[in-house]
Design a protein around this ligand. Structure first.
Ligand SMILES: [Zn+2]
Ligand SMILES: [Zn+2]
Length: 166
């Protein structure tokens, strides 16, 4: 969504905005977490010559548990705030979003926040036991039939013990 800020740059005040963002094609660690439309709401305000864009993005993330792989729905309510400028006086400052003339692409501005707003992993519950790496059983549902593999040194020891029992 493009916002023309000419008016508030010249005369002050604020400009509210509300739009829906579609990032359903965005891939993150092999999944598409933003499967649902993202509701974005906020305003650009002129605070004594300083332009500030602020607001909130809300959606339901479609992710999966990084241990057991179960699909998860996670509510995301992400606040954001950016300083805007027509020109960059300090090239080093990447906190400031540069306007294209007096126009702000609000969707672009929020997209970065949404990408950084994702966690690198999600869990279905704090103590998810994951899956057995041999048979693939979900260990939250109970133990599997696999015998735990012995440390090779322990295996030798148990062999030795067996021989000396007889
Ligand atoms: Zn899990
Ligand atoms: Zn198993």
């Amino acid at each position: 969504m493009l916002l023309e800020l000419n008016q508030i740059i010249r005369s002050g005040g604020s400009l509210p905005f509300a739009f829906t963002l579609d990032l359903s094609e965005l891939e993150f660690y092999g999944s598409r977490p933003y499967a649902e439309p993202i509701r974005v709401e906020g305003e650009v305000a002129n605070h004594a010559g300083m332009l500030v864009m602020s607001g909130r993005a809300d959606t339901t993330l479609h992710v999966s548990c990084s241990r057991c792989g179960k699909p998860l729905l996670v509510e995301l309510n992400l606040p954001f705030e950016h300083l805007l400028a027509e020109h960059l006086e300090d090239e080093e400052n990447d906190e400031i979003l540069l306007l294209d003339g007096t126009v702000l692409d609000a969707g672009d501005a929020v997209t970065d926040d949404l990408v950084y707003g994702l966690e690198s992993s999600y869990l279905c519950k704090e103590d998810c036991k994951g899956r057995c790496f041999r048979c693939g059983k979900d260990l939250n549902e109970g133990p599997c039939a696999c015998v735990p593999e012995l440390d090779p040194r322990m295996a030798k020891l148990s062999e030795w013990l067996k021989q000396h029992e007889e």
